[in-house]
Design a protein around this ligand. Structure first.
Ligand code: AMP
Ligand code: TRP
Length: 328
């Protein structure tokens, strides 16, 4: 089984990214051939700072390595090191529907947030994402809930390609965790935790210092009740229950049972302590990893070579099937 996922090098990674996606990447290394990519070509589709982008790639790479990605057990690389991704994106754009791209909620959200320019790249973003995955003929894509629509689109692209040009691509499945697929902002629990759309006090960053992490969780917005249980009218408490369940890898029902009658204060303190313990080793290893940029470059370059060996075969097959280029 082949697993593929991509992560953006924008901003700092938060607890939602960590619980929803990064822990699944780490677990994927034991479940099959795992391939992960820092998607810098996606990051350039909105306004950004060029020197900052390179730094952000290192930050993200060091975070993933600190979280437990092991370059001996997975392929880990930077998207822009491979020309196969943009080439395949262009080839597949011929079987990607304009109407479908136009319905993507993430495009609409991001387009609405741009001040100067809504780029064609932002519109085509899901086509590049489709190319990322389809280039590896991956079976499974671990992501958080917000990527559901993008995975649906790449499945349609693969199916349309195969129907028109012959069986060439694998139709991938999403892998969205049952608990923690949508970690909410601690201050506005009706919104997902996010670097761009969230509130600073409601977003726990993986690299926040422990005092800050603890404070943010202890001051999370809750309701006026006192019962620790999940309910639609209790989005704040429900979010904290899911966070604790994900961090401890136990079912949320168990968290509810354990804190039955405990009150919000004790419960929040327990969540704060658990999240601090959970993130501390990552933050410490991160510092070591991040300080050696040459080592990071070497790791990414070795990953790119392994990735190219797979992706170039797929691109050759796609070109052949589409009648592009000379007969080979
Ligand atoms: P990004 O940083 O946008 O590349 O997102 C990386 C991964 O984190 C993707 O698989 C997202 O679906 C996931 N993700 C982002 N925000 C959240 C959240 N609030 N809760 C759970 N997963 C998330
Ligand atoms: N769009 C994804 C996000 O915002 C990142 C991404 C790019 C991705 N390429 C991918 C995720 C391929 C899964 C597979 O999180």
């Amino acid at each position: 089984m082949r697993i593929f996922s991509g992560i953006q090098p924008t901003g700092r990674k938060h607890l939602g990214n960590y619980i929803g996606a990064i822990t699944q990447y780490v677990a994927g290394q034991d479940r099959g051939q795992a391939i992960y990519c820092v998607v810098d070509l996606h990051a350039i589709t909105v306004a950004y700072d060029p020197p900052g982008l390179r730094e952000a790639v290192y930050d993200t790479a060091a975070t993933l390595l600190a979280a437990g990605l092991d370059p001996d057990r997975c392929i880990f690389f930077r998207q822009s090191d491979l020309q196969e991704h943009p080439e395949l994106c262009w080839l597949l754009s011929s079987v990607t529907s304009f109407g479908e791209l136009n319905r993507m909620t993430q495009f609409k959200e991001k387009a609405g947030a741009q001040r100067d320019l809504v780029s064609a790249g932002l519109f085509a973003y899901p086509a590049l994402q489709a190319a990322d995955v389809l280039a590896y003929r991956a079976n499974e894509v671990p992501v958080g809930d917000d990527q559901r629509q993008h995975i649906e689109l790449m499945r349609d692209v693969a199916e349309r390609f195969n129907a028109r040009f012959g069986e060439t691509l694998v139709v991938p499945e999403h892998r969205i965790p049952e608990v923690g697929a949508r970690v909410m902002d601690l201050q506005s629990p009706e919104r997902k935790m996010s670097t761009t759309g969230g509130s600073p006090q409601g977003t726990v960053y993986v690299l926040d210092d422990p005092r800050n992490v603890s404070k943010k969780i202890r001051s999370a917005v809750t309701d006026s009740g006192s019962e620790v249980r999940r309910a639609p009218e209790k989005p704040g408490i429900s979010n904290l229950i899911e966070i604790l369940a994900a961090v401890r890898a136990t079912p949320p029902e168990q968290v509810e049972r354990e804190f039955d009658g405990a009150g919000y204060g004790a419960f929040k303190q327990a969540v704060a302590d658990a999240v601090v313990d959970y993130l501390t080793p990552v933050r410490e290893t991160y510092k070591e990893r991040r300080s050696d940029e040459q080592a990071l470059e070497r790791t990414l370059a070795e990953g790119a070579e392994k990735a190219r060996a797979i992706a170039s075969d797929t691109v050759a097959d796609v070109r052949r099937a589409m009648g592009v280029g000379p007969v080979r």
